[in-house]
Design a protein around this ligand. Sequence first.
Ligand SMILES: NC(=O)c1ccc[n+]([C@@H]2O[C@H](COP(=O)([O-])OP(=O)(O)OC[C@H]3O[C@@H](n4cnc5c(N)ncnc54)[C@H](OP(=O)(O)O)[C@@H]3O)[C@@H](O)[C@H]2O)c1
Length: 238
Amino acid sequence: MSTGLAGRTVLVVGAGSGIGTAVASAAAVAGARVVAASRRQDTAEQVAEIVGGGTSAVRLDLGDEDSIRAAAATLGSVDHVVTVAADHANGPVTALEQSDVEDAFRAKVVGPLVLAKHLAPIMPPTGAFVLFSGYVSARPQPGLAVMATTNGAVDALVPALAVDLAPIRVVGISPGVVDSGSWDGMDDKAAFFAQVASSNPARRVGTPGDVADAVVFALTSPFLTATTVHLDGGQRLV
Ligand SMILES: NC(=O)c1ccc[n+]([C@@H]2O[C@H](COP(=O)([O-])OP(=O)(O)OC[C@H]3O[C@@H](n4cnc5c(N)ncnc54)[C@H](OP(=O)(O)O)[C@@H]3O)[C@@H](O)[C@H]2O)c1
């Protein structure tokens, strides 16, 4: 049986992000029928138009179980599910708002669990989930306690879901610093990227395409499950 993506349906949650759009595009190029999901229907539709190739759009908020249930009913069946969603609660712990912390956990931890609850029953045994962690789980920094903790929870969730949902596969992707657009508001982005590129073993910053290629690899590797791929240029070591 072919393990490629031709003719497979791939749901991409958080498709409006730089990495999410790149994943949707890479899956479409590999022949998948892509469904682009965003919290906003208009964003999902814009991404579907950018990706092309018959990509469809669905509204899905990982903090809203009804929207996940409705998306599952609309899809009817799906081969693979990728969630890149993240909601950020950065800053010193003493300044955090509880609601922001809860939103961050809903996007990365609670939401993917609820996603698995509603999507796994409509997936074939050959299906796969890809969840997104991040290098900060291994390199905590001041101001990033929530990011480190949500990503660490994803690292634990991946093998837990893999044994629970088997033989459906569950793979984590843990990016390093990626020029996805999410850093664009940073005043000293160029200096930060230069510092990252000079210090990590890959000697460069990642691109959304780097990450999308790893997602396609994860979706099409039938012996890969219960583990996280560190697509980080070695960033977790520096
Ligand atoms: N960029 C990096 O350097 C880097 C480094 C390490 C890890 N990562 C991880 O890689 C993934 C993608 O990163 P990115 O930089 O492309 O994107 P991002 O800016 O972190 O945003 C991801 C997307 O998450 C979606 N989202 C937030 N809350 C949601 C919810 N409750 N339900 C559904 N979607 C929700 C948003 O989409 P909508 O507003 O359209 O719904 C947003 O576009 C994230 O998980 C991130 O933590 C990135």
